[in-house]
Unconditional design. Structure first.
Length: 419
């Protein structure tokens, strides 16, 4: 490399040097401090009704403890604005029903005092220093989930502080999932393309979304004795709709004034089963409430023994429709939990084992026909079960060794408490 002469090097540096850009520092106080200490509010804040409104609306949240990014991170560029300012702006966007980020930025430009109060700095002429419209959208897309969970926890603590101690917030909950369609061309049916639903072919527009199926119903349709419509080829039938995207699970409860409040939230790729949402969501609920909810209302996708066990141990029950898996709609048990066969005889426990696969490892029990085990008899089966005919070993049943597997069948779904 040929070294440049000193005069030439100095001329190039002076010619192409960018002017120094000074960035105003954010306000030294946070939104919650301004709400608790009116003496810290500058005159322009005290005389702005819009700012005063949002101090009352958002000032109770602990913005001073908001989980910010490390300011000493080894990344290039200027020091970014605090994330709490972005989040407060997003909440204002929802409250003002602003559709686009450009509308939010224009609103903050029209209210510089509000922009300063939530954490954006002001210039010498009193105008707010705001990020661009794209930066607002970029921060929202890449915002850490821990920050949002922090606000959810803080909101529930404020609600608990305002309620009567006998209100028992979250004693009755409901849990459900909702699909979120990804913004990719594979979900556009008007876009002609091959291998639209090939899960190995990841869409370019969203590297994190996954292919999943949204079932049209979680209960089988009743059998029709007489067809009422023209026959449809099986090739044209589909059990559900396929999408690339995500699914969000939410646990909600109701306040005494019927206001609905979210207790927990979890978003996963769309290829995850609904059953994978129960344990992490209920762990969030326990962490925020300090106890287990006693009653839960869930759809048939959560008709599993561990759901009934969870609410049974809490002193309540789970209101879940019975999913007709394998055509079995009812089962009876003895007082000690032994299943009865179709003939009404207590079945014999053959062995127990540990189920180690699946999302919920658990012990299971294998029951067999009492006419064949432990000692075979020549007594005929009272119900003439097909598995008992000839040299058959009779009927068998495998159940989880937990109370929930019995409660799933013994729950009275006609009583008023269930409805």
């Amino acid at each position: 490399m040929i070294p440049l002469p000193t005069r030439m090097r100095n001329w190039l540096i002076a010619r192409f040097r960018l002017p120094a850009r000074t960035q105003p520092t954010p306000p030294p106080v946070t939104l919650d401090l301004l709400a608790r200490h009116p003496d810290l509010r500058p005159p322009h804040v005290a005389h702005c009704p819009v700012t005063q409104r949002y101090l009352d609306l958002l000032g109770s949240l602990p913005w001073s403890h908001f989980p910010e990014r490390d300011p000493n991170r080894p990344w290039p560029g200027r020091r970014p604005y605090p994330r709490r300012a972005y989040v407060a702006a997003f909440l204002i966007k929802i409250d003002q029903r602003l559709r686009y980020m450009s509308d939010l930025r224009r609103f903050l430009l029209d209210h510089p005092t509000l922009a300063w109060a939530i954490g954006f700095p002001l210039s010498a002429d009193g105008n707010p220093h705001l990020p661009g419209t794209r930066q607002f959208g970029r921060v929202l897309r890449h915002l850490d989930n821990d920050a949002l969970q922090f606000l959810l926890t803080a909101s529930l603590r404020l609600i608990q502080a305002e309620l009567d101690p006998d209100a028992h917030l979250g004693d009755i909950i409901s849990l459900d999932t909702k699909h979120i369609i990804a913004w990719v061309k594979e979900n556009n049916l008007k876009e002609h393309m091959r291998d639209r639903y090939l899960k190995e072919r990841q869409p370019r527009g969203d590297p994190d979304c996954r292919l999943g199926c949204k079932e049209r119903r979680n209960q089988p349709a009743p059998a029709e004795t007489t067809p009422t419509t023209n026959p449809v080829p099986a090739a044209h039938l589909s059990p559900g709709q396929y999408y690339w995207g995500y699914a969000s699970g939410v646990v909600a409860t109701r306040l005494p004034d019927t206001t609905e409040v979210v207790l927990a939230e979890l978003t996963q790729p769309f290829d995850q089963n609904d059953a994978t949402y129960f344990a992490p969501l209920m762990a969030q609920v326990e962490q925020r409430l300090g106890r287990r909810p006693r009653y839960g209302a869930l759809d048939a996708a959560f008709d599993a023994f561990y759901v009934y066990d969870y609410f049974h141990l809490a002193g309540g029950f789970a209101a879940v429709p019975l999913a007709r898996r394998g055509g079995i709609t009812h089962r009876h048990f003895t007082p000690d939990g032994t299943p009865l066969c179709q003939a009404g005889l207590p079945m014999t426990l053959r062995y127990s084992y540990q189920q180690r696969t699946g999302h919920h490892p658990h012990p299971r029990q294998r029951f067999a026909c009492p006419l064949r085990f432990p000692n075979p008899t020549t007594r005929p089966c009272p119900c003439d079960h097909p598995s008992r005919r000839g040299n058959g070993n009779g009927c068998t049943v495998t159940l989880p060794a937990t109370p929930g597997s019995r409660l799933r069948y013994s729950l009275d779904r006609t009583r008023d408490a269930y409805k």
